[in-house]
Design a protein around this ligand. Structure first.
Ligand code: ADE
Length: 231
């Protein structure tokens, strides 16, 4: 049998993993061998007694920078042992993650994720080991670990068999280039608020049309930037 989809995470906090990825759909799939997690302690690839992974920035300034030699040793060793790419460095300076990118990675053999801490990572190892720099949004986390978890979760839920109802993947936000329509369940009237009448009508074509209009309207209001790319 071929190897399961594999997430390799290079971090100074391997104990953070699987963390939330050990629960719910991702956790079940991990336990069932649908995907594999290799959380690698970068300090294992340091060479000094103190297992140092960072140093002061050339040119001065605040904070510390992660050393290229330590990261390269970790990447090369895991790659030699079969860790699949693409190689991704999580950083707020990166290009924004999209659902299209997530789909592409989920269809591959896995991802190798580098989590930065401190001020960042020496730029030379990003270039020399061909890392793509990716951000999960325009905000700054205190390290790449939570971003790596977000990337892994987004990929794993697209692996075959992880989400039971494939239709729910097709209808969700972004898959049609739009935000998703709103959902309703029982009670039919709650705190004086009725469920939209059309949803009780049983007219499937009308319900589809209503949902489409809702999706368009909410996208126009919240994310007009998405509409420019809808055909
Ligand atoms: N590390 C810190 N902030 C981040 C972000 N927004 N995206 C990806 N990695 C990060």
């Amino acid at each position: 049998m071929s190897a399961p989809w594999t997430a390799t995470v290079l971090t100074i906090f391997p104990e953070m993993f699987p963390g939330p990825l050990g629960f719910s759909l991702a956790g079940k799939a991990l336990a069932n061998g649908v995907w594999k997690l290799d959380a690698v302690d970068l300090r294992d690839y340091a060479t000094d007694r103190h297992r140092t992974v960072d140093d002061a920035p050339f040119g001065g300034g605040a904070g510390m920078v992660m050393r290229p030699d330590v990261i390269a040793r970790a990447v090369d060793d895991r790659t030699a042992r079969g860790a699949p790419g693409p190689r991704v460095y999580l950083t707020p300076r990166g290009e924004r993650l999209t659902q299209a990118r997530v789909r592409e990675w989920a269809e591959g053999a896995g991802v190798l994720l580098l989590c930065g801490r401190y001020e960042g990572v020496d730029q030379r190892v990003i270039e020399a080991r061909d890392f793509l720099e990716v951000s999960i949004g325009d905000f700054v986390l205190s390290g790449g670990e939570l971003a790596a978890m977000a990337v892994i979760d987004a990929c794993v839920r697209l692996l075959p068999g992880v989400v039971g109802d494939a239709a729910s993947l097709e209808e969700e936000s972004f898959s049609g280039g739009l935000l998703e329509y709103p959902h309703y369940t029982r009670p039919q009237v709650w705190e004086g608020r009725p469920v939209p009448e059309v949803l009780l009508s049983g007219h499937h074509a009308e319900i589809r049309a209503w949902r489409r209009r809702q999706a368009l309207e909410i996208t126009r209001r919240r994310r007009p930037d998405l509409l420019n790319t809808v055909s």
